[in-house]
Design a protein around this ligand. Sequence first.
Ligand code: CUV
Ligand code: SF4
Length: 651
Amino acid sequence: MKKPEERSSDNASIRMLNHVLECDLSTLWDRHEGMEPQCGFGSLGICCRICMMGPCRVDPFGDGPSEGICGATHDIIAARNLVRMIAAGAAAHSDHGRDVAHTLMMAAEDESCDYQVKDEKKLGALAAELGVETEGRSYREIAKDVAEIAFSQFGQQHGELVFTRRAPDDQVKRWRAAGVVPRGVDREIVEIMHRTTMGVDNDHENIMRQGVRAALGDGWGGSMIATDLSDVLFNAPVWLRSRANLGILKSDQVNIIVHGHEPNLSEMIVAASQDRELVELAREKGASGITLGGICCTANEILMRHGIPVAGNFLQQELALATGVVDAMVVDVQCVFPSLGKLAKCFHTEIISTSPKAKFPFATHVEFTEEKAFQTAKEIVRRAIDKFPQRDAASICVPDETTPLVAGFTAENIFQMLGGHYRRSYRPLNDAIMTGRLRGAAAVVGCNNPKHLHDYGHVAMTKELIANDVLVVTTGCTAVADAKAGLLRPEAAEEYAGAGLREICRAVGAPPVLHLGSCVDISRILVVLSNMVAEGGLGESIADLPVAGAAPEWMSEKAISIGFYVVASGVYTVLGTPLPVQGAPGLREFLTGGIEKLYGGKFAFEADPIKAAHMMIDHIDAKRAALGLGGPMYEVPYASKTSEQVVEAAG
Ligand code: CUV
Ligand code: SF4
């Protein structure tokens, strides 16, 4: 069995892993080891269960069957499986976006609704962009029209999703040429299911075309709607300070963890946890107050907008329970382990499921409806308070670790950050890149996965990039890993950044790694990239920018959808675990090569985060050279390839 230090690189998690060993509890790491060796056919993407003549599996080495019963080849089987994963990921993000649109509609229609538009400025900007009349109209009427347009994006049957207009013209031209501009969010997902059923699309490149279309419908559709409408309802984030890691849990307080994704729920839990009456009730039960903490992306949502501390990322969900001080873990949808209920039975903790879409073993279901949002949130908090006196003092173990952080960056407020009050534009960012003070920018995002040492890939890659004067933007569980490692503090620039990035961070007081929110907020990164192109001097499309992306520890189907919309938007993207296409040579070649001609971006697979960072930097240098820009302004640790060599290598 692997030792705790071989499972996680995060000190609080190592401490908890030792504790669960002592208590004889099992976690995902034990189950992962018990699963090994994992199925080779599945890992390589070459088993097919699409019809019941099968299941079929084709031989990766050429000794056994080279076709399924119907004649499907390695490439066909792997491509169909892969786009079905895109469909699931895009559906998850987009259903989240749809729920936010529903909430905005309720807020617009009903004055007494618990949700109300908080950010009228963002609503106004969105209305202007969408061509919604604002003159002489109440914000309620405007919000209704905006919500209606958002809704229409899901079911639209033809035309182009409205937010694809945010992309640079050159990028849109590429999409049109390839026939992948999404018509409607739902339509593209349905078409994946149709095309991949037995005996329909059997050309792997054509199958991937539809995968790209649905993924773009996620990034420039469902996810972007989720982000923008959440900002309208709950306020666009502003920079703020907070803390991260399991040490935010307090032994003498009622501790509630919200875990999942949708801000509809978590926003109301935030309000209920601050409700005077309930805080008083907690005191009556002997607690000194109520502490709220988040896990997974819902953590990022309430961190970004309220500064609520983060308890941990994906692989810490079981460890949080093992502290013995979590009175309730409230979950909605996505990334929630079905193991939680059983584990919670060893403690006093109540797992409370809230979504009609997601029920869990041994959980209490308190259905959360937007119509009775605050009332339900209060009921949930009350349940947690009732649990507080039932804690078993003997099983409590709370690690001390918490790290300060700065979060709350958006495509809009990056203007203020870099330009100051007098120069609100992306000009300073583009200038910094053009002069070489910044070598480029990278997005490091994604999940945790027990196939990798927990958090190590995120942190090692991010440190290597900033040391080389590459500004890093982050979201999701990577952002939480970076926060715990201290990389979201402005001081991190002094400790880890190269000279150029350090100068910029010093001048504006920002950390070298910018936290842009949850996974759906990767749509913010798409807008940042589009703004950089629009500002001028760095080429005509996102594909020209000296930028790269990575997901060192990804695991979710949602991450596959993200990977595809990012690549199809022109970004070179390195994945820590390969896509399940390694048994399909033609498909692998296409995704790591040929796809670039169509969209300007492509995938690479590399498990070593330092090597992966260097691949990203090589790409950034090649893009600099193609733009006629010189090398980095200051000496940097990774400079093994001069721009000229890079240009030669790139042909
Ligand atoms: Ni949506 S998708 S583990 S919470 S980043 Fe975290 Fe982010 Fe992956 Fe899940
Ligand atoms: Fe086998 Fe073809 Fe059916 Fe897949 S679709 S299970 S490869 S026969």
